[in-house]
Design a protein around this ligand. Structure first.
Ligand SMILES: [Zn+2]
Length: 56
């Protein structure tokens, strides 16, 4: 299994992208792309969900 270490753009923690995932494909396309770790992905998802629910 091939992995690359990248840095999360939000928490600045290094994490690994794993072969076969979307992030891995993004990394192969653009090594300078901004990556977010799974933890931050989940937080962002939660936040956007909260935002949607609290809009009114
Ligand atoms: Zn992160």
């Amino acid at each position: 299994m091939i992995t690359y270490e990248v840095t999360c753009r939000y928490c600045r923690q290094p994490f690994h992208v794993v072969e076969g995932t979307k992030k891995y494909a993004d990394y192969k396309k653009n090594h300078q792309a901004n990556f977010s770790c799974d933890t931050c992905d989940r937080l962002i998802e939660d936040d956007s969900r909260k935002y949607l629910f609290n809009r009114d």
